[in-house]
Design a protein around this ligand. Structure first.
Ligand code: AGP
Length: 616
């Protein structure tokens, strides 16, 4: 999951590429590089580590170029070093890559035998030399562009794996080439200039006209136009889409970190997910913009929710609600597991892919697998025009706006709300709820944004709490029912942000082993609002306290019994039971955030992670 940007047009400065990469840095940030093509040649600057390390090398690049490419790397092959950073060069060709070339070893051997020397440990350099070899093998009497087109086809016919390539060639200064299979690539249409990027966030300040390249497509960009063909050489036409995101939405807005901004955006993210879809007077749900009419909700007999990470935890919470209002079985599955088991989906299955980025490779492959087995497929995604959305029959956009912090927060809550709306829509089609009950649920759901807003005031007290917990090396989280999903989400946030080991268990599981972990060195975060599991959770809290655990509990502000059982207490407002996951998610996100700040880790770009995992 690297960040890719490319330009062809009137002229771009080194800062154009640098700023574009900054917008993509959340996709990968262990090394970076820029290549610029001018009449004097190809100039490349690369740096190990954060993008900032590349900034002081920009002065070595030409002040302006008609074409250029830039890359931020999340290492798959080869350590994050300057030598392994992209772009990679082979003769008069320079190339960058997002993805994995699975057969790089035999290709490297073949190319070595043809005299190519490899400077890096990357699979990408193999592609660069292979392309150079095929380009050099073409008939020199043909024009360079025709030779490059043939060389690209020869290269991709030998590659196995996933790739988004950006390619420049010194002999063809007026062209930028892009190739897509399995990794995201978006084209930007400008005035007298055109762009490629791995995400729309890098294009928003230059154009709102974008085209999402599909798998097996090659784009030939010039300053005055873009031609797209498929791998068979047939012309392809894509209408462009208008991106609604603004530059301001990409900025921190005065917050210390993107993550804190996005935690505070949860109320509007939830509100925007509801807007236009839930009729407050009747409780009626209209998911037409999901494209849901393409799916016969009346006749489905099973729902599958497939996702990874935080999105998987959102689907666990969605499961409880959807089963409750529809009485249809809801299976949740890790995408990385789903796709390797026999697929039991049928024409009567609704398989939903939940993904913030819409680019997660495991989720993409799993939903394609489900669709091949006949399932009705729906994407619940946040990024417009994403690959997973294109792979599904129907798409529901979570209107949470760009989420830049690697740790997902506002989109998690919006995903949960989106799944609740889906559940209501299925119930409505199947009449499994009375009109009164549906209206009552809708009345509750619309209260979520203001109740979440009130939970954001906990930030100061949780910041103080972080001082007492940041030194622990392991923390246990417990919850039951939907709060188990919140416990899993809370534990993940702590792990991925502060690098403290954390595990989450369904409270009922404690006595089946995990309670052996409990002593004064293992604090327990207990999610215990007064829902149907409350009494059992109170027993769990008493069990762990009896064994010396420090307890941090989340519960209703006026619950004195719970306060008396807690070493530390985070109060949330009384609210309808179905809203409780939204309310307890906020302190979990804030706790993960403030412990990480206290520990001094890189909150928006935690080590080893990337915002979009586009490799399997
Ligand atoms: C969430 O905080 C993590 N960054 C990660 O688990 C993430 O949810 C997961 O990689 C799935 O990403 P997606 O929603 O974009 O598919």
């Amino acid at each position: 999951m690297c960040g890719v940007i490319g330009y062809i047009g009137k002229g771009a400065t080194p800062d154009f590429f640098f700023n574009g990469l900054k917008r993509l840095e959340y996709r990968g940030y262990d090394s970076a590089g820029i290549a610029m093509l001018t009449s004097e040649g190809i100039f490349i600057e690369r740096a190990e580590g954060k993008l900032a390390n590349l900034q002081n090398k920009l002065k070595n690049l030409p002040p302006k170029a008609m074409a250029g490419i830039g890359h931020t790397r999340w290492a798959t092959h080869g350590k994050p070093t300057e030598t392994n950073a992209h772009p990679h060069r082979s003769g008069n060709i320079v190339l960058l890559h997002n993805g994995i070339i699975e057969n790089h070893t035999p290709l490297k051997k073949m190319l070595r035998e043809k005299g190519y020397n490899f400077l890096s440990e990357t699979d990408t350099e193999v592609a660069a030399h292979l392309l150079h070899f095929e380009f050099s093998s073409q008939n020199p009497a043909e024009d360079a562009h025709s030779r490059m087109k043939k060389a690209i086809h020869k290269m991709i016919s030998q590659l196995k794996g996933a790739y988004a390539f950006g390619i420049l060639c010194q002999e063809i200064p007026d062209r930028l080439y892009a190739v897509k299979l399995g990794s995201p690539l978006v084209l930007g249409i400008g005035e007298g200039e055109n762009y490629i990027a791995s995400g729309i966030t890098a294009l928003v300040e230059h154009t709102q006209k974008t085209i999402v390249l599909e798998d097996h497509e090659i784009a030939y960009l010039r300053a005055d136009g873009i031609e797209i063909k498929n791998f068979q050489g047939e012309p392809v036409h894509h209408a462009f889409s208008k991106v609604e995101w603004s530059v301001a939405m990409m900025e921190k807005g005065g917050y210390r970190h993107f993550m804190l901004k996005e935690i505070n955006e949860q109320p509007q993210a939830i509100a925007q997910t509801i807007a236009g879809r839930l009729n407050r007077d009747t409780g009626h749900v209209n998911l037409e913009d999901y494209g849901i009419s393409k799916i016969d909700l009346k006749n489905i007999d099973r729902v599958q929710l497939i996702a990874c990470g935080t999105s998987h935890y959102a689907s666990l919470i969605g499961k409880y609600f959807i089963e409750n209002v529809t009485r249809i079985p809801v299976e949740i599955d890790l995408a990385s597991e789903y796709r390797y088991r026999p697929c039991t989906a049928t024409q009567k299955t609704l398989t939903v892919a939940i993904s913030q980025s819409g680019e997660t490779a495991d989720t993409l492959q799993a939903i394609k697998y489900a669709r091949m087995s006949g399932a009705n497929t729906l994407a619940i995604v946040n990024v417009p025009g994403s690959t997973i959305a294109h792979a599904c029959h129907a798409e529901s956009l979570i209107h949470a706006g760009p989420e830049i912090g690697v740790a997902s927060t506002k989109v998690f809550s919006a995903q949960v709300m989106s799944l609740f709306l889906l559940g209501l829509a299925i119930a409505q089609e199947r009449r499994s709820l009375s009109a009164e009950k549906q209206k009552e649920i809708a009345d509750d759901l619309v209260k979520a944004p203001s109740l979440v807003e009130s939970c954001l005031e906990l930030s100061k007290s949780i910041e103080k709490l972080a001082n007492s917990y940041h030194k622990y090396t392991s923390i246990l989280y417990i919850g039951r029912g939907p709060q188990w999903g919140i416990a899993l989400e809370g534990a993940l946030k702590l792990k991925e942000l502060s690098y403290i080991h954390a595990e989450a268990y369904a409270g009922g599981e404690l006595k089946h082993g995990p309670i052996a972990l409990i002593d004064e060195n293992m604090p327990v975060v207990c999610l215990a609002p007064q829902d149907e599991y409350y009494e059992k959770m109170v027993s769990n809290i008493e069990e762990v306290r009896a064994r010396g655990a420090r307890t941090l509990t989340i519960g209703f502000a006026d619950d004195q019994e719970l306060r008396d059982l807690s070493d530390d207490f985070i109060p949330i407002p009384r609210a309808p039971t179905l809203l409780l996951p939204f309310l307890s998610a906020v302190p979990m996100h804030l706790f993960g955030y403030w412990v990480a700040v206290r520990k001094g880790t890189d909150v928006d770009q935690p080590r080893n992670l990337a915002k979009s995992v586009t490799v399997e």
